[in-house]
Design a protein around this ligand. Structure first.
Ligand SMILES: Cc1cc2nc3c(=O)[nH]c(=O)nc-3n(C[C@H](O)[C@H](O)[C@H](O)COP(=O)(O)O)c2cc1C
Length: 357
C-alpha cells in the first residue's frame, strides 16, 4: 500500500513502516519505547540532546538488549550564539519567585554549559549506530565524515525550504521537514526561519526543489495524516506527540494527562523555558513570562537555569511550572502501547487510501 518513495525509504533505512518515532530529549524516549517501535517495524529514535556521553552509550546498549532492528540517535548541533548571556532583571525576579514557591534552593543564573556534541559523535561511531539525526543545526564536515565512515545514515532537521536545501548540499541522506505545528523545540538554524512554516506549504515548496527524501513532521497523529503526507511526496513521517503518551514513553503521567485533554488552541510557541522557540501547552510559567520573554537568556543557558524549577514542579506534579511540550494536534493522542499505535496507524493508512480510491 505504500508509495514508491516510502518503499524506497524503508529499504534504505532497514524498516518495514515509513514511520519514525521522533527523538524526544529529556526522558520520553526510553530504551523500552525506542526498541518497541523498532521491533514493530518503525524507526525508534533516542533523543540524546541532554544525555551525557556515558548515558548515551548505556541507552544504546539497553536498546540493543531488546532489539536487533535499526534505530536512530538524535544529537543537538551547536546551540544559538545570540541572545542574552543572563536573563533580564525582570525575568530573574519571576524565576526567583517560582523557585521560592516550589522550594528550589539551587537556582543559578550563571549555570555551566558545555557542548558534548563531539563526544556524542564518537559514541555513535564506536557503537556503530545505523542512523544519526541532528537538530538545531548541522554537524561539521569532519563529524559527518566520521559517522559515514562508521556506516551511519545521516538525517538533519529543516524548518524552511532554504534550510532543507542547505541540508541537501551538505550530503545528508534525508531531511526532516518540521512544520510550525510541531511539538517542542524548533529545529531552525537560520535567522530567516522565524517562527517557521506550516507543514503543508513547507512540503509543497520544498518537494519542488529537493532531490533527497524528505520526512514530514508536525501535528501528524493518525493514518489519514500519514497518507496525506505520503501523497504530498514525503518518504516517511516523524511523529513525536503521538508517541509521547504511549505506555513505554518516559513522559511524566501529569504531562500525559494534560496532553490527552488538550484542545487545538492550547499550545503556544515560547522562549521562556529554554531561550529557544518551542511549542507546548500554556500554563502559569509561560503566561507570566510571555510579556517579557525577550529578556530570557539565550539557549541553552535559559534551559539550564529553569531546569531545577521544572524538576521541582514535576516532583510536585504541578503542571503550571513544567514544560508541557506537544504539537497542535495533541488531543488526538492515544493511551496505548507503541506497537499497538503502529498497528492502528498502518490500518488507518490502508483505510484512508481505500477511501481515496
Ligand atoms: C516532547 C518532545 C521532545 C522533542 N525533542 C526533540 C529532540 O530531542 N530532537 C528532535 O530532533 N526533535 C525533537 N522533538 C520534535 C520532533 O522531532 C518532531 O518534530 C515533533 O514532535 C513533531 O510534531 P508532533 O509532536 O506534533 O508530532 C520533540 C518533540 C516533542 C513533542
Amino acid at each position: 500500500m505504500w508509495t514508491t518513495a516510502a518503499r524506497s525509504f524503508c529499504s534504505q533505512f532497514g524498516v518495514s513502516l515509513p514511520i519514525i518515532q521522533a527523538p524526544m530529549a529529556g526522558g520520553p524516549t526510553t530504551p523500552e519505547l525506542v526498541s518497541a517501535v523498532s521491533k514493530a517495524g518503525g524507526l525508534g529514535s533516542i533523543g540524546a540532546g541532554y544525555l551525557s556521553p556515558e548515558s548515551l552509550q548505556e541507552a544504546i546498549r539497553a536498546t540493543r538488549q531488546h532489539t536487533d532492528s535499526p534505530f536512530s540517535i538524535n544529537l543537538f548541533a551547536e546551540p544559538d550564539g545570540s541572545g542574552l548571556a543572563e536573563p533580564s532583571a525582570e525575568v530573574k525576579e519571576h524565576l526567583s519567585e517560582f523557585a521560592k514557591k516550589l522550594g528550589v534552593t539551587d537556582l543559578s543564573f550563571q549555570p555551566e554549559v558545555r557542548s558534548v556534541l563531539d563526544e556524542h559523535v564518537s559514541v555513535c561511531c564506536d557503537e556503530r549506530v545505523p542512523v544519526v539525526s541532528v537538530t538545531f543545526g548541522l554537524l561539521s564536515p569532519d563529524q559527518c565524515q566520521r559517522l559515514k565512515s562508521a556506516g551511519a545514515k545521516l538525517i538533519a532537521t529543516a524548518t524552511t525550504t532554504g534550510e532543507a536545501c542547505i541540508v541537501e548540499q551538505n550530503g545528508y541522506d534525508a531531511v526532516v521537514l518540521q512544520g510550525f505545528e510541531a511539538g517542542a523545540h524548533r529545529g531552525s538554524f537560520t535567522p530567516e526561519a522565524g517562527q517557521g512554516v506550516g507543514l503543508l506549504p513547507l512540503m509543497s515548496q520544498a518537494s519542488r526543489v529537493l532531490r533527497i527524501p524528505f520526512i514530514a513532521s508536525g501535528g501528524i497523529m493518525d493514518g489519514q495524516a500519514i497518507a496525506a503526507c505520503l501523497l504530498m511526496g514525503a518518504s516517511a513521517v516523524q511523529m513525536g506527540t503521538a508517541f509521547l503518551t504511549t505506555d513505554e514513553s518516559g513522559a511524566d503521567l501529569a504531562w500525559k494527562d494534560r496532553i490527552v485533554s488538550a484542545s487545538d488552541s492550547d499550545t503556544v510557541l515560547t522562549r521562556a523555558f529554554s531561550g529557544k522557540l518551542a511549542r507546548g501547552l500554556r500554563n502559569e510559567f509561560i503566561n507570566t513570562l510571555e510579556p517579557i520573554e525577550n529578556g530570557a537568556a539565550r539557549y541553552p543557558v535559559q534551559n539550564q537555569i529553569t531546569n531545577p524549577i521544572r524538576a521541582a514542579a514535576k516532583k510536585a506534579r504541578n503542571t503550571e511550572f513544567m514544560s508541557l511540550w506537544c504539537g497542535q494536534a495533541a488531543r488526538l493522542s492515544r493511551r496505548t502501547s507503541a506497537a499497538d499505535l503502529l498497528r492502528q496507524l498502518a490500518d488507518e493508512v490502508s483505510a484512508a487510501i481505500t477511501g481515496f480510491r
